[in-house]
Design a protein around this ligand. Structure first.
Ligand code: PHE
Length: 450
C-alpha cells in the first residue's frame, strides 16, 4: 500500500487484491479457526461461520471498502466527512474510533501469538521435535507458556519487525513477495492436510468439521462464529476501509471481495484438515484452546518424512502471513496519528508499536504470572483481547459500517463503487446491508449478552 497519502493509489486491481488478502489471511485462519471450531464442537461452528461469511461478512466487506473509496481518508475522517455530506450526524466518526480500539487490542495479542510462531520456527528448524512423543510435545508447549521472559522476547521481536516495516513504509516490497509466498503457504498447507489425512483419522476429522449437527448450536457458538468471520476477513475495524481509500476510482470492488473471502475460507479449511485428523488419531482433545496448533503440528513434523524441513517452511510462511496481517492492523492506526496529530510516520509507528507492545505484555502474562487475574472471575487479559474484542467490537464496527452504507451513503456513489454487472446483485447487496446484516448482528449480540 502506498504510504504517503491516500491520494496515491494501488497500481492495479491485482495489487489491491493481494494486499487485502494479506490482511485477511493470517493467524485467524491457521491458528484460530481450528481451535475455535474445536472449542465449539466442530461442524455446527463451521456452518454458522460460513453463513456469517457469506451473508454478513461479504456484504459488509463491500460496504467497508466502498466507504473508504468514497471518503479517501483515515476511518474517522472518512466517516465524519461522509456523514456531513449525507447530512447525518458527525457522531458517525466514532465508528472509526471503535475500529481503532479494536485494531490496537488485536495487534497486541497478534504479536504475542506470532512470537510463539517465531520460537516454534526456530525449534522446528533445528529438528528439536524429531523423535519426541506426542505427550512430550504437548508437555513442552505447557512449559513454554510458563516462561514470561521467553514469551516477551519473541513478542518484542515480532512487534519490532512489524513496526519497522510500517515506519519505513516499505510494504510494497512485501506485497510483491506475497505474490509468491501466499501460493507457497497454500501448497504447504495442502501437503500437511494430505499427510495428516493419510496418516491420521481423516474420517473422524471430516465428520467433526463438516457433518452438520444442529443440536450443538448455542448462542455462544453463534457469537463466536460471527466474531471469527469478522476477524478472519479483517472487517469492522476500518482496515478494509483504509484499503478502499487507496483504490483508484475506476476499479470496482464486488468481484475482488468474493475471491478474497473464498481464499480466506479455503486456507482455514486446509488448516483444519491439517490438524484434526491427528487430534483424533492421538486422542488429543479438540478443545485444546489457543495452544491447539502448537501442540498438534509439531507431532506431524516429528513423524513425517522431511518433517523438520516442511515444518520450517510452514512456520516461515505462517509468520509471513501473520506479518502482512499485523502490518494491516498497524497501518490504519499510524495513518490516523499522522493525519490527526500531525506527527511523522516514524514517531507514529513508535507510539502505536509501544502501546500495543505494553498491552501485549498483559496478554502473555495471562498464561503464567497473571493467570489468576480474571475480570468477573472468568476473563484473562488474553481472553478479553482475543475473544471479547473479536466477538463484540468488530461486529459492532461492522454493524455501523453496514447501516451507514445501506441507509446514509448516496446510492449513486455506492452503485458505482461496487460495480456489479447485474441489477439483482446490487439489490441483494443493498438488502443485506440494510436489513439482514444489521438485524442479525444485533440479535446475535443481544442473545449472547442477555
Ligand atoms: N484477518 C487477520 C487474520 O485472520 C486478522 C486481522 C483482523 C487483520 C483485523 C486485520 C484486521 O489473521
Amino acid at each position: 500500500m502506498p504510504s504517503k497519502s491516500p491520494k496515491e493509489s494501488w497500481s492495479s486491481k491485482k495489487s489491491f487484491i493481494l494486499a487485502a488478502t494479506g490482511a485477511a489471511v493470517g493467524l485467524g485462519n491457521i491458528w484460530k479457526f481450528p481451535y475455535m471450531a474445536g472449542d465449539n464442537g466442530g461442524s455446527a461452528f463451521v456452518i454458522i461461520y460460513l453463513i456469517c461469511v457469506v451473508f454478513i461478512g461479504l456484504p459488509i466487506m463491500m460496504a467497508e471498502i466502498i466507504l473508504g473509496k468514497c471518503g479517501c481518508k483515515n476511518p474517522i475522517d472518512t466517516m465524519k466527512n461522509l456523514a456531513i455530506e449525507a447530512k447525518a450526524t458527525p457522531m458517525w466518526r466514532y465508528t472509526g474510533w471503535i475500529g481503532s480500539l479494536s485494531l490496537l487490542l488485536i495487534l497486541s495479542f497478534y504479536s504475542v501469538v506470532s512470537g510463539w510462531s517465531i520460537f516454534y520456527l526456530l525449534k522446528t528448524s533445528v529438528g528439536f521435535f524429531n523423535n519426541k512423543t506426542p505427550y512430550e510435545i504437548t508437555e513442552y508447549w505447557n512449559t513454554f507458556l510458563q516462561s514470561p521472559l521467553n514469551l516477551l522476547i519473541w513478542h518484542s521481536l515480532f512487534m519490532f519487525i512489524t513496526m519497522y516495516v510500517v515506519a519505513k513504509g516499505v510494504k510494497n516490497g512485501l506485497e510483491k513477495a506475497s505474490n509468491i509466498l501466499m501460493p507457497a503457504l497454500f501448497v504447504v498447507l495442502i501437503l500437511l492436510a494430505i499427510y495428516s489425512s493419510a496418516t491420521g483419522d481423516s474420517k473422524k476429522a471430516l465428520n467433526f468439521l463438516f457433518s452438520f449437527d444442529y443440536h450443538k448450536i448455542t448462542p455462544s457458538l453463534i457469537i463466536d462464529a460471527l466474531g471469527h468471520a469478522f476477524f478472519t476477513l479483517a472487517l469492522g475495524a476500518g482496515c478494509m476501509l483504509v484499503y478502499g481509500a487507496y483504490l483508484p476510482k475506476k476499479v470496482t470492488v464486488s468481484g475482488s471481495v468474493v475471491s478474497i473471502a473464498f481464499l480466506d475460507v479455503m486456507v482455514a479449511f486446509l488448516s483444519g484438515m491439517a490438524i484434526f485428523p491427528l487430534v483424533f488419531k492421538y486422542n488429543l482433545t479438540p478443545q485444546g484452546g489457543p495452544g491447539l496448533m502448537f501442540e498438534v503440528l509439531p507431532i506431524t513434523f516429528a513423524q513425517m518424512p522431511f518433517g523438520s524441513i516442511i515444518g520450517t517452511f510452514f512456520f516461515l510462511l505462517l509468520l509471513f502471513a501473520a506479518w502482512t496481517s499485523s502490518i494491516s492492523l498497524a497501518e490504519p492506526l499510524v495513518l490516523l496519528l499522522i493525519e490527526k496529530a500531525k506527527i511523522s510516520r516514524k514517531i507514529s509507528a513508535i507510539i502505536v508499536g509501544c502501546t500495543a507492545w505494553v498491552i501485549g505484555i498483559g496478554s502473555l502474562l495471562s498464561f503464567n504470572l497473571w493467570s489468576d487475574y480474571k475480570l468477573f472471575g472468568k476473563w484473562t487479559i488474553f481472553y478479553i483481547n482475543t475473544d471479547l474484542t473479536t466477538n463484540f467490537l468488530l461486529p459492532i464496527g461492522g454493524l455501523l459500517f453496514s447501516v451507514f452504507a445501506g441507509w446514509k451513503l448516496s446510492q449513486i456513489k455506492a452503485r458505482e463503487a461496487l460495480g456489479f454487472q447485474k441489477e439483482w446483485q446490487y439489490k441483494s447487496w443493498l438488502f443485506l446491508v440494510k436489513y439482514i446484516a444489521p438485524i442479525a448482528i444485533i440479535l446475535i449480540i443481544a442473545k449472547a449478552v442477555i
